[in-house]
Ligand binder design. Sequence first.
Ligand code: G6P
Length: 609
Amino acid sequence: MCGIVAAAARREVSEILLEGLRRLEYRGYDSAGMALIDNDRHLLLHKKKGKVSELERAQALDPYHGCTGIAHTRWATHGEPSGANSHPHISGQRVALVHNGIIENHSALRAELQGAGYDFASATDSEVVAHLLHRELEAGRSLLEAMRAAVARLEGAYAIAAVDTQHPEEVVGAREGSPLVVGVGIGENFLASDQLALRQVTDRFIYLEEGDLVLISPSTIQILDVDGRPAERSKTRIEAAVESAELGDFDHYMIKEIYEQPRALAATLLCEPDHSISDTAFGERAAAILDRVQTVQIVACGTSYHAGMVARYWLEELAGMPCEVEVASEFRYRKRVQHEGTLLVMISQSGETADTLAALRNRSEGEFIGSLVIANVDNSSLVRESDLVFLTRAGPEIGVASTKAFTTQLVALLMLTIVLGRRRGMTAERERALVGALQSLPDHVQETLMMDPAIEELSGAFIPKRHALFLGRGIHYPIAMEGALKLKEISYIHAEAYPAGELKHGPLALVDEDMPVVAVAPSDDLLEKLKSNLEEVRSRGGQLFVFADIQSGFANEPGITVLPMPHCPEVIKPIIYTVALQLLSYHVALQKGTDVDKPRNLAKSVTVE
Ligand code: G6P
């Protein structure tokens, strides 16, 4: 949340910074700003409320140039989205600073700095850091030492980048609780919240560790660890992504990413020539930990949490493995009692979600026999700090509403079900059948994508609606939840998901001709029960939209519109039905004219609590 990009170069960097912000805009888009130091050591500042395109416009109208600079795209926490609250924040006409995270003790620091004569121009927590840094610089410290002294006063989470007109070739950075990466160039160096921002200028990166401080100039990179000692951090060369972060021929990232799913799913499935899943898919040390697992605790947020809910059905039904699933923001603050032999499994597309990370970091000694993260971003904090790692191979996901990350997470979770199930008596034949189903998945998703025109046609019925209800039973209840989440995230239609059997215990009271009801209704053991629940809706005048395969036996009738789904192995139905619901929310949002890729108030990577 919030994106930072910074450069120290021997060439003009404004376009590099703007391109970096465009690539980071998924992290927040309430406002954007950029500060450059020009050849005469002047600080030049553009700040704009709204998207990065507003900042680009300001730069086009009044171009600023410089070889050293910092830039920021904001997701507002403290202080409304406005020009004044945009970053960079300035102190004493010499310091400019951008911040990602939350400074918890900002009120006390603000009072102290005001007492010392500092005027505040914004309502943000971040501005205190600019003034703290300024005060330390005025005391005669070097840029790095001044930053060290400034962050020593902070409580909370931060990634920071700052420039000072009296050190015109340098950018100083710090990280604690929010990601910051160094991009290593030739005769130029960079900082960013995510390596994605810098892929246009380098493929070599240094991932900073918690508490690190960094000073970059065009030719040097100096890192201090949390104790202020010079630190060596390894460089990582990042291979070119299979899927690019460019939009190509698509109108939106979301639809591009929906259509990338067949390839992403195929790339994520790692299976052996004999159609088995190797333990090593989860890391070299996996077997020793997996052998001891008695029960699984899944922790995640948002869409990733829904993946965890699906996995619980698989783990308990197919692997006989007890499993609990909880949203990270609750899990992290709860007094917990774990069963012996519990494996902590975190699911996170970004690998940076603050609450999920806190669940890992705050675990007590001996609480779990090990930790596994399923993530889409290599070198993210969760990946670096977990015992075991499974990387989904979805490629960069830019649309804020998660699509291909979710379905690839499900592939990873079914693979986990298989390796744990093997330890609980799953036969080789059963394993081969499950792997076969996973191998057929890309084709079935492709078939589902061919329903796009039919789903587009149906989506019109949702445009005038203010509410929608999604129903499912069993493993398709979390799929209904994911469908409802997608719809509310991007079309702003209030959508709720219910396990269909619960309908009569409350939500049925809401059903009338204005309430579209979406049913996830594949032919499975619970189909007959679901049909009775849907009758309850119909008899109250509710308008039903039923996603069902031919075997389900639904037909179009007054009050029921049926979306015929491809026939496929039962175990992959949750994934196939998800794809259809993704298309539904996309088309509804498109017709409503909302910003599909950047829905209001949301951000892709939530690195604050
Ligand atoms: C944000 C995103 C969601 C995502 C959630 C968890 O809210 O908008 O799409 O599901 O964070 O993110 P993670 O990266 O941990 O999967």
